[in-house]
Design a protein around this ligand. Structure first.
Ligand code: HEC
Ligand code: HEC
Ligand code: HEC
Ligand code: HEC
Ligand code: HEC
Length: 448
């Protein structure tokens, strides 16, 4: 529907613009007056509008884009108006944070006040579905082809998960991956405002350095615990950016390194390669498309691994190994005292279904009234999480609460949960950055 309208509108606009260009310079054609001399030939519309508005450029790309979740996903509608979700989910908000270089560094209103996350936009910018103008911010400015080639941002990206303490800069292809990472990056896990850290993002290096320290104790209550684990205690959906860059997780131990992909392959190389089926180009999908792998500079006949495919033994071996390590880590968390990773076999709601034997989705198996009503309600100092004040509880609720397990999490367990989320939610089972993912999983397993 939208496209038909656009094409009709465009045809009309073309005629008007061509006419006004060709007749520019003519004198006013009054009833009795003489026709003026013909003006110089104007620029042909094909030099401007038609550069892009032709079947092989905008029309063809727009058709590919119909296969992209940027286009058909529902998140932009769900988050419309949200000033904090907007920077990654809404077109105008994304353009706003890029243009204004909005900082990700947390701040305090006053010396004693809680810490706040500044990565947000004003309400008037919190709208817009993701589309061509999100990434190609200069469209319709000069009407030259450079309007397409100039991207909204390729600048290094402050990591919001780390309150700007770390910056990702992927330099392949002139930094084009930074455009993707600006949104495809993990979000901060914050502390409670009543704890000593006062709302700041968690101290991930301290978690890594002190694995045996207690992170959370259900008997000491909500106010003093640095964070109360809930169903949605997670790094959000953008693990890929951190994993490709090889940074941002809880790095227990040593031995971290990056695969060749980090420095040499851009997101675009693998995700926007010539299409196969529904993947590649402006569908932005990699699944099932090996055209990007098998280009002249990368995997090719003659190199030891040969051409990449779903059956190439290097590809299958890496993915089998990482799947095994994810299974082992979840099992180790369970045997260390807490079976906390949520299981969800439904592939329509679990984007990572099938990546582990138990179909974990990265959420925590903790009571949540909507998403996990049968989950365990860990006693948090005499207070059910998400169930309001104790005075309104029924006798049955009080009985469940009294019987609820008293739990505590060590830093090792919390760090392992975060790293599990990183390595599951990067989707590719190690293809993005095998060395980093392998080290994270092995070190998390070792520390539990
Ligand atoms: C550098 C490439 C480029 C040039 C040059 C260009 N356009 Fe566009 N135009 C686009 C893109 C990309 C879209 C978005 C298409 C979509 O949403 O599917 C667009 C959309 C449009 C739309 C739909 C409304 C909108 O803004 O989304 C109209 C109308 C339009 N262009 C008219 C023109 C006219 C008239 C010219 C010449 C004077 C022109 N364009 C030149 C790339 C270009
Ligand atoms: C403005 C922020 C933003 C930018 C820039 C961006 N993405 Fe996305 N991307 C998203 C969001 C948000 C979604 C999920 C949309 C939804 O579900 O409604 C998404 C979804 C995707 C998906 C589908 C994931 C799935 O669940 O199947 C892929 C693949 C993807 N993006 C790749 C890329 C690549 C590659 C780039 C860079 C060329 C990029 N994205 C740039 C925000 C962005
Ligand atoms: C730093 C960028 C960023 C911010 C801020 C952000 N998101 Fe997202 N979100 C993403 C990306 C990227 C994806 C898709 C990633 C993928 O599927 O690979 C996503 C996916 C989602 C999805 C899943 C959509 C699907 O395809 O199933 C939901 C729901 C969502 N976000 C909600 C929110 C809400 C609510 C907020 C604000 C509280 C928020 N997001 C803030 C980057 C962000
Ligand atoms: C998520 C970001 C993103 C969105 C959304 C997006 N593009 Fe692009 N586009 C890119 C990137 C990055 C490149 C450069 C790819 C490269 O150099 O390999 C590109 C390249 C192009 C090109 C150059 C030639 C080509 O086919 O690669 C055209 C034309 C184009 N985009 C049109 C569009 C149109 C039309 C839309 C909307 C229907 C759109 N783009 C939406 C990121 C985006
Ligand atoms: C070396 C190639 C390569 C690079 C570089 C790469 N990806 Fe991927 N990506 C993959 C593969 C392979 C998969 C998994 C496909 C599958 O499930 O079979 C994948 C999966 C994904 C998915 C899940 C949806 C999908 O397409 O299957 C997202 C989202 C994603 N990558 C985003 C990114 C972003 C953002 C970047 C850059 C920061 C990036 N990728 C860089 C190869 C790559």
């Amino acid at each position: 529907m939208r496209r038909n309208f656009l094409q009709m509108f465009f045809k009309g606009a073309m005629i008007i613009s061509a006419a006004s260009i060709i007749f520019a310079g003519c004198a006013k054609d009054g009833n009795d007056g003489l026709a003026g001399p013909a003006g110089p030939a104007g620029k042909d519309a094909s030099e401007t509008c038609k550069l892009c508005h032709n079947p092989s450029v905008v029309d063809s790309v727009a058709t590919q884009f119909q296969l992209s979740k940027h286009e058909f996903g529902l998140a932009a509608e769900e988050e419309a108006g949200s000033t904090t979700c907007g920077p990654c989910h809404l077109q105008e908000a994304f353009k706003y944070v890029c243009k204004n270089n909005t900082t990700a560094v947390f701040y305090q209103d006053s010396a004693t006040g809680p810490w706040k996350n500044p990565y947000a936009v004003p309400t008037y910018a919190a709208y817009g579905k993701l589309g061509c103008f999100t990434c190609h911010s200069s469209l319709h400015t000069t009407y030259g082809y450079s309007d397409i080639t100039s991207l909204t941002t390729v600048a290094p990206v402050q990591m919001t998960m780390w309150g700007g303490e770390k910056t990702i800069n992927l330099t392949a292809d002139g930094g084009q991956s930074n455009l993707c990472v600006k949104c495809h990056q993990p979000r901060p896990l914050t502390s409670t405002t009543t704890s000593a850290r006062k709302g700041k993002y968690l101290d991930y290096p301290a978690i890594a350095a002190n694995p045996t320290a207690v992170f959370y104790d259900s008997t000491t209550g909500v106010t003093t615990n640095v964070n109360v684990p809930g169903y949605r205690t997670h790094i959000h959906y953008g693990a890929v950016g951190g994993v490709v860059a090889g940074m941002g997780a809880v790095e227990f131990g040593t031995g971290y390194a990056n695969s060749t992909h980090t420095a040499t392959a851009s997101c675009q190389d693998c995700h926007m390669a010539p299409m196969t089926g529904a993947a590649g180009g402006h569908s932005f999908k990699a699944k099932g498309n090996f055209n990007g792998c098998n280009n002249a500079n990368c995997h090719k006949t003659g190199v030891s691994s040969g051409l990449m495919s779903a059956t190439n033994s290097d590809f299958t071996a890496v993915r089998t190994e990482i799947k095994g390590l994810l299974n082992t880590l979840a099992g180790k968390l369970k045997s260390s005292g807490i079976d906390i990773m949520n299981r969800n076999p439904d592939a329509t709601t679990n984007l990572w279904a099938g990546l582990t034997t138990n179909n974990y989705d990265g959420y925590l198996n903790v009571y949540d009234p909507i998403n996990n009503p049968n989950g365990p309600t860990y006693n948090t100092g005499g207070q059910f999480k998400n169930m309001g004040s104790t005075s309104s509880w029924t006798a049955a609720q009080k009985a469940i609460n009294n019987a609820a397990p008293k739990i505590y999490l060590t830093n090792a367990q919390m760090g392992a949960i975060i790293n599990f989320q990183f390595c599951l939610r990067e989707y590719s089972l190690g293809i993005h950055n095998y060395k980093y993912v392998k080290a994270l999983l092995n070190n998390s397993i070792a520390v539990l």
